[in-house]
Design a protein around this ligand. Structure first.
Ligand code: NAD
Ligand code: MG
Length: 396
């Protein structure tokens, strides 16, 4: 029986992974090793009981008593904290879903590569912050990383059986997020609830806001560069409001392979879960007679400065992806907390990168995970300073 662990089991991706496992036989078909969550221990415990996990881990140590109580009598181990997440990753597993949100997902996924199994990677931050290290670690242990972002799963599928050297460009599609039809000058006034009204995809809170700001696509451009090893100039972004084409690969003979399907993450998750086979998946089937039209718009870098910043990060490489992501996470925290305007998020990230660049070292290659984690911490401190400065300016 396949041994499976899910990091971020209570989130949008984690729950959809468990939904597919349930449909494919549940605990009778999969041996669940570890399930982890942030603070939602009631749901974590219920899932651990249902899937008969060996261990349930909450990232928050203050939640351990509640997790223990919720698991009482089940025989399932309970643990808490960052160290416990790593220990959970040390438990041998064949297939690991990395679906914690943010840079917090990097270390457990990285650690899990030691088993030489499959890392299903929803946590795009891992590739953005530590792409070369992560791929080298996977190669060292004979582990496989399968992309679980819809775009990257689409590209991966379009490349099956192809010669990667014949690839000319990759066209990443973006829905444009909740505010795509807003006039540019109104964007600065967008509230959290307005940014959360995603037209096509149902996802976690943070990635949904990142879709509206295009920071999500900015991360995905970098993710594409790292995972597929293509040059930055080979990656295009296009706004495709219907989200039916999940991305495209163009070859040197002019052919373009597009991946189409309903906007449902269970496709990308299910593809990674069943790879190299294709299993029956519970996603809606497209009916082209009722679909109407597929439309496209350019992804303007004036409207979406995050895309321009992603280009700068790809030019700098080294530790700049870790700095970019950390600054973005802090800016997002401040927007969600109400102290920062929607359009100021990009300003905070840009100012943070400028300060760190002035200090030198941003382009240095990470030799170990600790280099990435140190940059992550430093960039968070600088970004918090910048966010406060932006908020003060806004108030004054
Ligand atoms: P989510 O917020 O719904 O869930 C995140 C999970 O991580 C939850 O289980 C939460 O409890 C846990 N968590 C949160 N903070 C944590 C921390 N500091 N330490 C440990 N655990 C923590 O997020 P999501 O939308 O499922 O996204 C997960 C990842 O997948 C992200 O990297 C996101 O970019 C990526 N992704 C998501 C989607 C989607 O449709 N939701 C699509 C593509 C990629
Ligand atoms: Mg995506």
């Amino acid at each position: 029986m396949r041994r499976i662990s899910i990091f971020g089991a209570t989130g949008s991706i984690g729950l959809q992974t468990l939904d597919l496992m349930r449909r494919q036989g549940g605990p009778a078909a999969f041996h669940t090793v570890a399930l982890t969550a942030g603070r939602n221990v009631a749901e974590l415990a219920a899932l651990a009981r249902e899937f008969r996990a060996e261990i349930a881990v909450t990232a928050d140590e203050t939640c351990l008593p509640a997790l223990r109580a919720a698991l009482a009598g089940s025989g399932i181990e309970a643990a808490a904290g960052a160290g416990a997440l790593l220990e959970a990753a040390d438990r041998p597993a064949d297939w690991i879903m990395s679906a914690i949100v943010g840079a917090a997902g990097l270390a457990p996924g990285f650690r899990a590569l030691r088993h030489g199994g499959t890392l299903a990677l929803a946590n795009k931050e891992s590739l953005v912050t530590a792409g070369p290290l992560l791929l080298a670690e996977a190669a060292r242990h004979g582990a496989r990383i399968l992309p679980v972002d819809s775009e990257h799963s689409a590209i991966f599928q379009a490349l099956v059986g192809e010669d990667i050297t014949a690839l000319e460009r990759i066209i990443l599609t973006a829905s444009g997020g909740a505010l795509r039809d807003w006039p540019l000058e109104r964007l600065a006034t967008a509230t959290v609830s307005e940014a959360l009204a995603h037209p096509n995809w149902s996802m976690g809170q943070r990635i949904t806001i990142d879709s509206a700001s295009m920071f999500n696509k900015a991360l995905e451009v970098i993710e594409t560069r790292e995972y597929f090893g293509v040059e930055p100039g080979q990656i295009e972004v296009i706004v495709h409001p219907e989200s039916l084409i999940h991305s495209m690969v163009a070859f040197r003979d002019g052919a373009i392979m597009a991946h189409l399907g309903a906007p449902d993450m269970r496709h990308a998750i299910g593809y990674a879960l069943n790879w190299p086979q294709r299993a029956e998946l519970p996603v809606a089937r497209l009916d082209f007679t009722t679909l109407g039209s597929l439309t496209f718009r350019p992804a303007c870098e004036t409207r979406y400065p995050a895309l321009r910043l992603a280009r700068e990060v790809m030019a700098t490489r080294g530790l700049s992806g870790a700095a970019f992501n950390a600054a973005k996470e802090i800016a997002l925290d401040h927007f969600i907390g109400g102290s920062l305007g929607f359009a100021d998020m990009a300003g905070v990230v840009e100012a943070t990168l400028a300060v760190l660049s002035g200090q030198g070292g941003l382009g240095n290659a990470a030799k170990a995970l600790d280099d990435v984690l140190a940059m992550d911490v430093g960039a968070r401190i600088e970004a918090a300073r910048q966010a406060t400065a932006f908020a003060t300016r806004r108030a004054g």
